[in-house]
Design a protein around this ligand. Structure first.
Ligand SMILES: [Zn+2]
Length: 86
C-alpha cells in the first residue's frame, strides 16, 4: 500500500490539494470535518465537486468517513455542488 502511494506521488505531476499523503490533517489539527465549513470541505473536493480520495489527501479512514458525511450534508444545504458541469 505504501509503495503504491509513493509511486503515485512520483508519477503525479499534478499535486493540487495537499503535498504530503499519509498524514491526516484532521487528526493533526484536532478538529473534525464540519458541514458548515464549506470553504474547508471544498479543499477535499475536486473542481467538479467530487470528493477527493484518501490516497491524495492523506485523510485517515475515520475522518474520511466523517468528511464524506459532512460533504454530503453540505450538498443538501447547497453549500457545495453535487456535480459541477464544465
Ligand atoms: Zn484523522
Amino acid at each position: 500500500m505504501a509503495d503504491q502511494e509513493e509511486k503515485q506521488e512520483r508519477h503525479g505531476s499534478r499535486e493540487r490539494v495537499f503535498r504530503r499523503p499519509g498524514r491526516c490533517a484532521f487528526c493533526k489539527e484536532k478538529w473534525s470535518p464540519d458541514y458548515k465549513n464549506a470553504a474547508l470541505l471544498r479543499r477535499f473536493t475536486t473542481d467538479r465537486g467530487r470528493i477527493v480520495g484518501r490516497g491524495r489527501t492523506g485523510v485517515c479512514s475515520r475522518h474520511q468517513r466523517a468528511l464524506s458525511r459532512a460533504i454530503k450534508r453540505a450538498r443538501e444545504l447547497a453549500l457545495l455542488p453535487f456535480d459541477a458541469h464544465i
